[in-house]
Structure formats: C-alpha cells, structure tokens
Design a protein around this ligand. Sequence first.
Ligand code: AP5
Ligand code: MG
Ligand code: ZN
Length: 214
Amino acid sequence: MLGVPGAGKGTQAELLTEALELPHVASGVLFREHLSKGTELGEQARVYVDRGDLVPDEVTIRMVAERLSRADCREGFLLDGFPRTVAQAEALDQTLTQMGTELNIVPLIKVSEETALVRLGGRWTCRKCGDVYHQLFNPPQVEGVCDECGGELYQRSDDTPETHRHRIEVYSEQTMPLIDYYRQAGLLVELDGEGSIEQVQVALRMVVEQACSA
Ligand code: AP5
Ligand code: MG
Ligand code: ZN
C-alpha cells in the first residue's frame, strides 16, 4: 500500500486485514515495536524515525524480510509503509521470488498535502496495540483510552508539525518514484483517499478482492 504519511494506510490496512484475515505487515509499526522494546535494531532506527528520515535500506529490508519469512505470511499478507525506495522495491521482488509468490496489487491512497497534515495533526496511537485514532474524525469512546484493548493513547514522537512536513518531503523525493515503478509493472491502482474511513475502505476492498481473485 502506497500513500503519503497521513493518507490513512495504517487505518485502511488494519480494517482490510481484519476482514480478509491476513497479517498486516507495517514497517513503521515494526520499528516502533523495536523502539519500545529497546532492541539493537530499535536503537539503530531511533534517530531516523524521530527526524522523519528513512531508516537505511539494509536495516529495513532485513527486518521486513524476516517478518515475511514467518509462517503466518504463507497464505498472503498486506504490506503497509514498505517498500519506500526503489532499492527496497527491488529487494522485495527478490524476496517474493524466493518465497514463490508475487504482489497482486499496489493500491495508492491519494490525498492532498493539506488533508495529510490535518490527519497527522490529530492522530493518537495506542501504546499497547498500535490502533490509530483521530481526535476529530475517529475519536475513541473514552478520551485517551484505546477502544480495542484499553491501552493508553499517545502521540508518536514523529508526530510534530515540523516532522510532518519533513516526512511529506521525504515521501515526495524517495517514495514517489515507486508510483511509476508499480505502474509500469501493471500493479498500481489509484484510490481517492479524501472520503471517510468507511468510503475509502469500501473502494479498497473492492479493488483488492478483484485483484486477488483474478
Ligand atoms: P510509518 O509508520 O509508516 O509512517 P508514515 O508512512 O509516515 O505514515 P503514517 O503512519 O504517518 O500515516 P498513515 O498513512 O498510516 O495514516 P494513518 O492510518 O495513521 O513510518 C514511520 C517512520 O518509520 C518513517 O518516518 C521512517 O523513519 C520509518 N520507516 C517506516 N517504514 C520505512 C521504510 N520502508 N523504509 C525506511 N524507513 C521506514 O492515519 C492518519 C490519521 O488520519 C489517523 O489519526 C487516522 O485516524 C486519520 N484518518 C485515516 N483515514 C482517514 C479518513 N479517511 N478520514 C479522516 N481521518 C482519517
Ligand atoms: Mg501508518
Ligand atoms: Zn489498543
């Protein structure tokens, strides 16, 4: 799944993987798990994540390849936030070939920069399960508490106005080239991400089910 930071990739991926019973493999979530556990990989990633820069390809590719090698990914998976550079996309192609599988579809969730900034600005994330809320568009039932698991909601360390702008620039420079990469591979499907969470989910579900049954 491609889209600028704040487009709603995590939100949509969570709903879709629940419905389709697939693992949700999100590189950002994996990094945050490493950060909160204080692993060596987490310590390597910390400065990049906090600045809103990309973690070096080598570290990222190794982490995601390890995740994809686990048994629960054998019947399929949804990637969110990976790949983010052409080098990562090429490494993913190799990994998938080794696994004897391939991508069915690359949905691109399109929103304006203004929408992305408003969404990022009001985001709250569950410390325990990673579920994502928005103070206006998707508030929890009880302020500061996750509906799903009762965990505490916090604002990500990379959720500051300066970092938001920087992450959007990094996306334009390093990740936008993947739009052409996957268009040329015939895998790209563009979706309007400006609608409500439910509207985007309906559109996404339709194109994914079509691509996976073909
Ligand atoms: P990552 O966690 O992937 O962050 P991101 O791509 O910057 O994307 P976000 O999680 O910020 O946005 P999202 O599109 O998932 O939106 P969300 O659903 O939360 O990466 C974090 C960092 O990790 C990177 O900066 C980098 O350092 C590192 N990293 C990760 N992957 C890497 C890689 N491959 N290579 C190198 N480094 C990597 O929604 C946003 C808000 O909007 C929420 O509050 C939500 O409730 C709300 N919302 C969602 N949809 C809607 C809607 N339709 N209407 C109204 N509100 C909505
Ligand atoms: Mg996300
Ligand atoms: Zn939770």
